[in-house]
Design a protein around this ligand. Structure first.
Ligand SMILES: [Zn+2]
Length: 85
């Protein structure tokens, strides 16, 4: 009995699982699991595919808020100056 994917013999692996006409070993299952996890991660974080991460998005939002904050501070200073005239 050998793994249908990597051709390792039953004695070379810890587990060999039988499917209809095929066998798969624990090592190949691990490889499949890692690959599947990568695909699933890509599906749940589509922004990553186009190079924009969640961190990038948050950084850009922080930048926007800081700019708004500066504008507000300037407006407040202006209004206070006007009131004290
Ligand atoms: Zn295998």
């Amino acid at each position: 009995m050998i793994c249908s994917f990597c051709s390792k013999h039953r004695q070379e692996v810890a587990v060999l699982i039988a499917g209809p006409g095929v066998l798969i070993c624990n090592e190949c299952i691990s490889v499949c699991f890692v690959e599947m996890s990568k695909v699933m991660l890509r599906k749940t974080e589509p922004e990553k595919a186009c190079g924009i991460t969640r961190a990038d998005r948050l950084d850009s939002r922080v930048g926007e808020l800081q700019a708004e904050n500066t504008e507000l501070r300037l407006e407040i200073e202006h209004l206070l100056a006007e009131r004290n005239e």
